[in-house]
Design a protein around this ligand. Structure first.
Ligand SMILES: C[C@@](CO)(OP(=O)(O)O)[C@H](O)COP(=O)(O)OP(=O)(O)OC[C@H]1O[C@@H](n2ccc(N)nc2=O)[C@H](O)[C@@H]1O
Ligand SMILES: Nc1ncnc2c1ncn2[C@@H]1O[C@H](COP(=O)(O)OP(=O)(O)O)[C@@H](O)[C@H]1O
Length: 297
């Protein structure tokens, strides 16, 4: 059973003050983008995880892997053993602020559900996703959604067109808790987070210029503080013609919104030539959430 699952970019990430449980309340506008991991699950004697692709050496293969945790959570709920081999074909940058681990968790859950024929409802699967991590429910649904609470409570959003993006993959990663910690240090009195109406309108109408004017990431100053060279990457992309440049989530991947496909390829070439990133990837949005691709439905 093979499931394809997309990466995400946060077109708005409004962050409130730290809560007593250590998490932050968010207004998190997720957009799924067309960079995908593929997770294949097959029956085995015991739970085992393998991984191939860029950054595979940084992916844990033990029970801390989000895909393994997803399989165990579903198995526990249905009183069975999670005896599966999970193979992850990685294309989403690892530790890059594009929710690669969350994507693999959601994909493994959908794959195991289909393999075992559990018949779990969408609501049940979303509950398990929320237990696994704040970003995991969005990886399941894809498209675009507003995440509130710690990001796990989703409201689907309409997207009225295709957006063209470039993602600059940085040399190295950033830890999500470290970036939230730096946010707390830099923002002693964060206001309550609210979704931006003009941004939601730009998504609804599919207007790239309007979306570019409204992109906002409250974690960006913290990511730049921990990874100062990203400033040069952001500048390179806008100089090359991107409509806007932003850090993706907690970073260090940077995201560039462009007018069309041609412009995206020009920006990607300029980013690569500048030497300010390790790789530049072109992708369209929105993309569908975790979907079974093999056996063909
Ligand atoms: C920042 C975002 C933006 O979408 O993603 P990335 O850019 O890292 O992919 C998310 O908020 C990351 O979500 P996710 O990576 O699922 O986080 P979790 O596993 O739930 O939590 C990891 C840690 O991040 C911090 N955390 C996460 C979510 C949240 N609303 N407030 C937090 O403070 C906490 O320190 C927590 O212990
Ligand atoms: N299936 C997985 N793929 C990638 N990373 C994983 C996975 N499971 C757990 N992790 C851990 O999650 C951390 C964050 O990785 P990732 O989800 O790719 O980035 P981000 O949280 O920045 O979006 C990694 O450093 C890794 O230790």
């Amino acid at each position: 059973m093979t499931v394809r699952v997309p990466a995400k970019v946060n077109v708005q990430l409004a962050v409130g003050a730290a809560r007593p449980d250590g998490f932050h309340d968010l207004a998190n506008v997720f957009l799924a983008v067309g960079l995908y991991d593929e997770v294949t699950v097959t029956e085995a004697d015991e739970l085992r995880v393998t991984c191939e692709g860029p950054g595979a050496d940084q992916v844990p293969l033990d029970r801390t892997n989000l895909a393994a945790r997803a399989a165990e959570a579903l198995a526990a709920r249905y009183g069975r053993r999670a005896d599966v081999h999970i193979h992850i074909a990685k294309d989403i940058p690892v530790a890059g602020g594009m929710a690669g681990g969350s994507a693999d968790g959601a994909a493994a859950l959908v794959a195991c559900d289909a393999l075992w024929g559990t018949g779990a409802s969408r609501a049940e699967l979303l509950d398990i996703c929320a237990e696994l991590g704040s970003d995991v429910p969005f990886s399941l649904v894809g498209g675009a959604a507003l995440g509130t609470g710690r990001g796990e409570r989703l409201t689907g959003l309409t997207v009225g067109g295709t957006f063209h993006w470039v993602f600059a993959v940085a040399d190295g990663g950033l830890s999500t808790p470290a970036v939230y910690g730096e946010f707390d240090r830099l923002t002693p009195r964060a206001p309550a987070p609210e979704a931006s109406e003009p941004l939601l309108e730009a998504l609804r109408t599919g207007d790239a210029t309007a979306l570019a004017d409204t992109l906002a990431n409250d974690l960006q100053p913290a990511a730049l503080s921990l990874f100062p060279s990203l400033t040069a990457t952001l500048r390179t992309g806008t100089t090359a013609g991107a409509l806007a440049a932003i850090v993706s989530g907690s970073g260090p991947t940077t995201a560039f919104l462009t007018k069309d496909k041609e412009s995206a390829h020009r920006v990607a070439e300029a980013l690569l030539a500048s030497g300010t990133c390790r790789a530049a990837r072109v992708a369209e949005a929105p993309a569908p959430g975790a979907t079974v691709i093999e056996p063909r439905p």
